[in-house]
Design a protein around this ligand. Structure first.
Ligand SMILES: *[C@@H]1O[C@H](CO)[C@@H](O)[C@H](O)[C@H]1NC(C)=O
Ligand SMILES: *[C@@H]1O[C@H](CO)[C@@H](O)[C@H](O)[C@H]1NC(C)=O
Ligand SMILES: *[C@@H]1O[C@H](CO)[C@@H](O)[C@H](O)[C@H]1NC(C)=O
Ligand SMILES: *[C@@H]1O[C@H](CO)[C@@H](O)[C@H](O)[C@H]1NC(C)=O
Ligand SMILES: *[C@@H]1O[C@H](CO)[C@@H](O)[C@H](O)[C@H]1NC(C)=O
Ligand SMILES: *[C@@H]1O[C@H](CO)[C@@H](O)[C@H](O)[C@H]1NC(C)=O
Length: 512
């Protein structure tokens, strides 16, 4: 959601520490670390990793669409070039009402999502489907106002970066594309993972005339307001470590005090710089803390059962490996040395890293930060007992202040549920919605904010005990466990049934 660093540093370190707080105040342990503001999804990695792993055969054409900047006003605003990837290689065409698989681009470079969504490419041939990956505005190459710098200039230029505008982009693009191809009769099936999964589910609900169904993988559409407890995310990350080893969990839990007290020593920051082999002298303990917290959260998201290279090269069951290192030091190994050995599995698995850079995001002005400060307000706490992270209570007032300092914008914490729903979702969707798959792996910390229960015949939750962040959307591998094969088979069956029903209805209406 990057090279090894704090992807997950939410509203940048800058925000917290350049403003009212003095740097030494920031080291009091009761202050929130920046990562607590809103853990990131994986998209931030998108421009930083070069795919160097085995790819399924992905062939597509890159095109650009001259897109409206504001779908919801009639002001004369400059249009922008929206990138989209398209493949018609397997499409059986309009005559046979060949389906169109549309992946709802999320917060990053669309080519990276295309590469990491092998499932869609693998199943396209058997469905005779067209594959379409439109890019989310303000990410990748799809920049309004001509460049990233201009697009991200201030709250005015950023004001068109919303989920609603992105969905409207997809709706407008697919409608025009279908018209151009005389493919109006072709059914559209939506796909998405993480924030993209939220978009897929929402698009199915908002644009039922445009898409016949959605596979929303790891989509935490309930991570808003008080729908789920705010400590859910960090408790789930922590559980991922606890289930591997209680002593590992405890060592991590104890490490924050060890870190703080080491930092208070005379040459404490220098010592920490050495222990953690940092490239440059550590200035604030909290920077190191954020870096560690990021690693743990990302490890939980990509805790896949086989070696992967999504964020960075990692062994299978990476949390198990981290805990093996943390627990495995000889008697007398200090807590911090153990922690160093543990996070090295995450940040230095290839053994190629000479020293660690803590801050790869000096400006922190990422698009997700803006989204988190406007619509995507996801309350996060860290509980005293269930969490291995420093305890922290969600504080909306300070969150709001931070957003004001960073972007001069006021969050609207209740907008998402007003626009898309979320409260009492079962009752709402049972009567009104259909054809959505919410797939989740319980190891994924985002699963706690997702739909985990079947809502109706056709709004179903596919839940796997051992799955992590949208693993089902990844390309199949030889190491795939049985539960994953079964999950994907069920998804295929459901999608097949949507398309069959659609064809049946269409044929019925021709007869009339
Ligand atoms: C730390 O904070 C205290 C109290 O706010 C202040 O007096 C002191 O000068 C600060 N030290 C540094 C190094 O900023
Ligand atoms: C934001 O930047 C644009 C373009 O430079 C400028 O026209 C506008 O006045 C700025 N808005 C604010 C609120 O500073
Ligand atoms: C549809 O066709 C028009 C006219 O050829 C073209 O300008 C436009 O870009 C096409 N749109 C899409 C989405 O392909
Ligand atoms: C990364 O791993 C290699 C191989 O184990 C080691 O030589 C190197 O010192 C490590 N880098 C850091 C920063 O710890
Ligand atoms: C929440 O943050 C505000 C602003 O930073 C602060 O004044 C207030 O004391 C905090 N509340 C709690 C309960 O910590
Ligand atoms: C929901 O229903 C599907 C069958 O459509 C089933 O495979 C799945 O296990 C059910 N999910 C839950 C969470 O019970």
């Amino acid at each position: 959601m990057a090279k090894p660093k704090s992807i997950h540093v939410i509203l940048s370190l800058l925000i917290i520490f350049t403003s009212a707080l003095t740097s030494n105040a920031s080291e009091r342990s009761n202050l929130p670390s920046s990562s607590k503001w809103a853990p990131r999804f994986l998209g931030k990695y998108s421009h930083l990793t070069k795919p160097n792993f085995r790819q399924p055969q992905i062939r597509y054409e890159t095109r650009y669409y001259d897109q409206s900047l504001d779908h919801f006003s009639f002001s004369e605003l400059p249009r922008f070039r929206q990138r989209y990837l398209i493949s018609t290689e397997y499409w059986v065409g309009p005559q046979r009402m060949g389906p169109i698989f549309l992946y709802c681009g999320n917060e990053g470079d669309i080519a990276w999502f295309a590469e990491n969504t092998g499932f869609v490419w693998e199943i396209a041939p058997r469905f005779g489907a067209m594959v379409l990956f439109p890019e989310h505005r303000y990410y990748g190459e799809s920049m309004p106002f001509g460049s990233r710098d201009e697009a991200y200039r201030n709250a005015t230029t950023l004001s068109f970066l919303t989920a609603e505008q992105a969905l409207a982009d997809y709706a407008v693009l697919i409608t025009e594309l279908k018209r151009n191809l005389s493919a109006e009769g072709c059914p559209v099936v939506l796909f998405g993972g993480s924030y993209g999964g939220m978009l897929a589910a929402w698009m199915r609900l908002k644009y039922p005339h445009i898409a016949i169904g959605a596979l929303a993988s790891s989509a935490p559409i309930l991570q808003f307001e008080d729908i789920v407890p705010p400590e859910t995310f960090y408790d789930l990350v922590s559980n991922g470590f606890k289930r591997e080893s209680t002593s590992c969990f405890n060592t991590i839990k104890d490490s924050w005090d060890a870190l703080a007290s080491q930092g208070q020593d005379n040459d404490g920051l220098l010592q920490l710089t050495k222990i953690f082999r940092l490239c440059r002298p550590l200035k604030r303990v909290v920077d190191l803390r954020d870096w560690l917290e990021s690693a743990y959260s990302y490890l939980a998201m990509v805790n896949y059962p086989y070696p992967s290279d999504f964020l960075m090269p990692l062994p299978g069951h990476p949390i198990r490996e981290v805990c093996r290192m943390i627990d495995g030091g000889p008697v007398g190994t200090s807590i911090l040395e153990r922690i160093f050995e543990g996070v090295s599995v995450y940040y230095n698995y290839t053994g190629q890293t000479e020293c660690f850079e803590l801050d790869d995001d000096p400006h922190g002005m990422s698009g997700w930060n803006w989204q988190a400060c406007t619509e995507m307000v996801m309350p996060m706490s860290s509980s005293q007992d269930g969490s291995m992270f420093p305890a922290y209570d969600y504080n909306y007032t300070s969150f709001q202040e931070q957003c004001w300092n960073d972007f001069k914008v006021k969050p609207r914490p209740t907008w998402i549920t007003t626009e898309f729903g979320g409260h009492d979702i079962k009752a709402t969707l049972k009567e009104f919605g259909s054809n959505i798959i919410f797939s989740n792996g319980l190891l994924d910390p985002w699963s706690g904010g997702s739909v985990l229960q079947n809502i109706s015949e056709s709004i179903v939750a596919l839940v796997t005990e051992e799955g992590a962040h949208h693993i089902d959307l990844r390309a199949s591998t030889k190491e795939d466990p049985k539960w994953l094969e079964e999950q994907r088979a069920t998804e295929i069956k459901l999608i097949e049934s949507w398309i069959k029903n659609y064809h049946r209805e269409k044929r019925g209406s021709f007869v009339m």
